[in-house]
Ligand binder design. Sequence first.
Ligand SMILES: Cc1cc2nc3c(=O)[nH]c(=O)nc-3n(C[C@H](O)[C@H](O)[C@H](O)COP(=O)(O)OP(=O)(O)OC[C@H]3O[C@@H](n4cnc5c(N)ncnc54)[C@H](O)[C@@H]3O)c2cc1C
Length: 236
Amino acid sequence: MPGLLERAFDRLLLRSARVAAVQRVSDRFRLIDLEGDALKGAAWAPGHKLQVKVAGPFTARTFTPIVFDAVRGHVRLLGYAHGAGPGSDWLRRVQAGDACQVFGPHRSLALGDLAGPVVLHGDETSFGLAAAVAAAMGARAQPRCVFEVESVDEATLALQALGINAALLVERRDEAGRKQAASGLWSQGSGDGTLFVLTGRAQSIQQARQALKGHGVPASCIVAKAYWAPGKTGMD
Ligand SMILES: Cc1cc2nc3c(=O)[nH]c(=O)nc-3n(C[C@H](O)[C@H](O)[C@H](O)COP(=O)(O)OP(=O)(O)OC[C@H]3O[C@@H](n4cnc5c(N)ncnc54)[C@H](O)[C@@H]3O)c2cc1C
């Protein structure tokens, strides 16, 4: 039973929702739909974040909405249960019908109007972002995606579930492959107007950013946000 302070905090800051559906895409990936009147009217754009209360008290983990329907009060997320942590535990146990409290959506990555070419570099935690960006770009173009992943087979299942069929996948343990993918990232772009969006593991973002700078990509064409870093918990 939450304490008085926690209940007051929840009432003031969190939106109440219900887990409408959970799809077990693979061992570690879950596609989760949340619904609720409290989600109606929220302002959202691709790249914004949503924090989900995954345990009490005050324990939230951050996700990226793939779609956010502020009229219906519906949001879809792709969660990756990487291992040990309250967020991963929640992903493994969450079921349709569960109550759920969320904080946000809030601004995280400023992606602009996504009118030009986009290259995404990230990992399993970036798949939801890729799907949101792809949906926003629509039929006119698709983002180029480069992801470092634990398992290519599992990542492929998750990306297929999101309708992302053309991503370059490199296994995280393949250090040479990862470095090569980062140093070749600039070549995925289609000229000066390309926006490079770097998310996922902090160290990989650093490597990708350095490689892009080395190839003369201006800082103004790079948008980055670390989604996790070894040893740090609950980054937002
Ligand atoms: C803006 C933003 C958007 C995000 N969007 C998504 C999303 O849409 N889907 C999604 O699945 N995640 C997303 N993440 C990442 C997610 O919030 C983190 O992975 C989170 O730390 C997981 O919580 P946890 O309780 O399982 O682990 P924590 O308790 O936070 O961490 C425990 C340990 O696990 C490590 N760890 C954390 N994440 C990973 C990982 N992915 N792989 C390997 N080790 C890890 C930590 O470094 C730490 O050592 C996002 C993060 C941010 C900041």
